[in-house]
Design a protein around this ligand. Structure first.
Ligand code: PGA
Length: 255
């Protein structure tokens, strides 16, 4: 049985003060909920403060939204895996569609980052997903397979099993247009089948695959009740501590 994993992707939102206000409410609301793994990905600037506030929580883990594949050196503006480890970061979101489309990240770059994350014992949350044009052209499986094979190249089974995959159809991100449970389930089942080919069936059985794209309290439970949907990567709704609490509780109630 795969434990559900819910991640908050705050994107470029919430200053340190705002992150603290979020946690004031969220930590009260969420209490001792441990039916699902909870991950919060603040902006780099708030990592330290959020780490401090989460230090007493064993169920909530910290994530970064990006990192460099380089270890150190003359890379102005970049942040390394070791620097994230310094701040008690455990997960890192990699290959998000905003990184791919706005910052030119290719599967090759994402692959270097995923491998660098594993080397530093950070768990990657690897995002994949098709655009609307690709879906309309019936290319969903081809796109997902290319992204998965490219981003996971050269990794061993143990590393792949410890990677979280986030299926995020680009047309559903921040649009309010959520994939239907059937559309999401079909994509997740295809991703799991592809992982069985890239690694092996036992890795495919173990790996957790989140859905992302306009997840809200009112659609979370139906999505996460699908057999191959193991959690959610939440953008907009994760900025509201009460909405995010409801989504975590929906996940925990699917167990
Ligand atoms: P959204 O974002 O929930 O606002 O659609 C999801 C994401 O980009 O991870």
């Amino acid at each position: 049985m795969r434990k559900k994993i819910i991640a908050a992707n705050w994107k470029m939102n919430l200053t340190i003060g705002e992150a603290e206000a979020f946690l004031d409410t969220f930590l009260l609301e969420i209490g001792e909920e441990s039916g699902a793994d909870i991950v919060i990905a603040p902006a780099f600037t708030a990592l330290s403060k959020v780490a401090e506030r989460l230090s007493k929580s064993s169920t909530i883990k910290l994530a970064a939204q990006n990192m460099s594949f380089e270890k150190s050196g003359a890379f102005t503006g970049e942040v390394s895996a070791a620097m994230l480890r310094d701040l008690y970061v455990r997960y890192v979101i990699l290959g998000h569609s905003e990184r791919r489309t706005l910052f030119g990240e290719t599967d090759e770059i994402v692959n270097k980052k995923v491998r660098a994350a594993h080397e530093a014992s950070l768990k990657p949350i690897l995002c994949v997903g098709e655009t609307l044009a690709e879906r309309d052209a019936d290319r969903v499986e081809e796109v997902l397979e290319t992204q998965l094979r490219g981003s996971l190249a050269g990794m061993n089974s143990k590393e792949i099993a410890e990677t979280v995959i986030a299926y995020e159809p680009v047309w559903a991100i921040g649009t309010g247009r959520v994939a239907s449970p059937e559309q999401a389930q079909a994509a997740h089942a295809f991703i799991r089948k592809t992982i069985a080919l890239i690694a092996d069936p036992s890795v495919a059985e173990k790996i957790r695959i989140q859905y992302g794209g306009s997840v809200k309290p009112d659609n979370a439970k139906t999505l996460m009740s699908q057999p191959d949907i193991d959690g959610a990567l939440v953008g907009g709704a994760s900025l509201d501590p009460r909405a995010f609490t409801e989504i975590v509780k929906a996940a925990a109630s699917c167990e």
